[in-house]
Design a protein around this ligand. Structure first.
Ligand SMILES: NC(=O)c1ccc[n+]([C@@H]2O[C@H](COP(=O)([O-])OP(=O)(O)OC[C@H]3O[C@@H](n4cnc5c(N)ncnc54)[C@H](OP(=O)(O)O)[C@@H]3O)[C@@H](O)[C@H]2O)c1
Length: 358
């Protein structure tokens, strides 16, 4: 598939709680375009009618839009059950639940603010995740939509920042707990151009692009990860990554290490490298991680090949794994050395090397 080929998700069953919202609209449209069956619960009849009107001809018979409160544990459980019994299963979930809150410093909030902007939203996300994840098909993905406010405090909107930071951590905890059985993504958005804001800044990601990236995540086999898409350039980069079309652009860093295990410790070394694979592949700047052996040899050295989007991504990676070096060192015949770094060589026709599969 090349970068402009739309994904075909025919037959996939996708739930989008929060899909009636400004960002949700782009997500729902994109999954419908990709051929999926899309379930959009909404808490009110007015919202259902308004959303159907907004979608116009895009509201095909594959759109299952109905009134249902999915924001409680019992409500989400009932929704997931219904979806399994009526559509035969659930493949993907995208959760653009919740909106914006602003107006007070943290010490000025009252209990109503706390309940609505933090507890209510966190509960809705928790309810949906716990109801749907155990029912999700292995090919699908669970995608949380979070804002940049998860990592950057916004004075006067602290409750949003705190709740979004909790969601961001939810993706990380779920990824660790699921241990490769399901893929969980978090799309981290800056301000989005939606039906409510109009076109705005040309560098702003649109709701439609959020949908495009969510669809690409579902269609890919990429491990779940956080995907930053705070600008159109980052959205394009995310699409290339998810569609496997990301090329080794100038600035890419290939890091290669040879590891000679101590006698009798090769299996332990492989175990540590496999454990690190998940963590390293989930780093936003990691493009590739693989471990190789001499062809046909069950003993001898291992070659670890990693590719990073930039030297900065490699430096961040090195800081993250620094704590693992003594653990690796204990299994190696010689003290661990930093990897040898390579960069792409332009081939004269504007291309560098072919991309490595992730
Ligand atoms: N818009 C942006 O520029 C932007 C930027 C960065 C991140 N985000 C993130 O994207 C997600 C969706 O944002 P949005 O702008 O699309 O919000 P929105 O227009 O307010 O829509 C959110 C939807 O979530 C549902 N919802 C469920 N519980 C809710 C609650 N307690 N309060 C409010 N809505 C609730 C509503 O659906 P029903 O009423 O139909 O059930 C609503 O349509 C949020 O997580 C937000 O942080 C948005």
């Amino acid at each position: 598939m090349n970068s402009s080929t739309p994904a075909d998700l025919s037959g996939r069953k996708v739930a989008v709680p929060g899909g009636t919202g400004a960002v949700g609209e782009g997500i729902v449209r994109r999954y419908l375009t990709a051929g999926a069956d899309v379930v959009v619960p909404t808490r009110t009849q007015e919202r259902a009618e308004e959303f159907r009107r907004l979608l116009g001809d895009a509201a095909t018979d594959r759109l299952h839009l109905f009134v249902h409160d999915y924001t409680t544990f019992a409500g989400a459980e009932q929704l997931a059950d219904e979806m399994v019994s009526r559509l035969g299963g659930v493949d993907d979930v995208v959760a653009p639940i919740g909106g914006w809150w602003a107006g007070r410093s943290l010490w000025e909030i009252d209990e109503a603010d706390w309940q609505s902007a933090f507890v209510g939203l966190a509960t809705a996300h928790m309810a949906v995740a716990r109801a749907f994840l155990p029912r999700l098909s292995p090919r699908g993905a669970y995608t949380l939509i979070v804002g940049e406010s998860a990592v950057t405090p916004i004075p006067g909107s602290g409750l949003v920042s705190m709740e979004q930071a909790a969601l961001r951590m939810m993706q990380q905890v779920l990824t660790a707990e699921l241990d490769g059985r399901q893929r969980v993504f978090a799309l981290q958005l800056g301000p989005v151009a939606t039906r409510l804001t109009g076109a705005g800044d040309p560098d702003q990601v649109t709701a439609d692009q959020v949908g495009e990236v969510a669809v690409a995540a579902s269609a890919s086999k990429e491990a779940g990860r956080e995907i930053r898409m705070r600008s159109r350039a980052e959205a394009e980069e995310a699409l290339d990554l998810l569609r496997g079309t990301r090329s080794a652009a100038p600035g890419t860093v290939l890091a290669v290490s040879t590891m000679e295990p101590k006698d009798g410790r090769r299996a332990d070394l492989l175990e540590v490298l496999a454990e690190l694979a998940e963590q390293i592949r989930a780093e936003p700047g990691c493009l590739h991680y693989s471990v190789h052996r001499t062809r046909g040899e069950d003993s001898g050295p291992l070659l670890v090949v990693q590719m990073f989007a930039s030297i900065q991504a490699f430096t961040e990676h090195s800081a993250k794994v620094a704590g693992q070096i003594p653990r690796l060192g204990a299994l190696l015949a010689t003290p661990p050395k930093p990897p040898t770094l390579f960069e792409p060589v332009p081939l004269g026709d504007g291309t560098a090397v072919d991309p490595l599969p992730a």
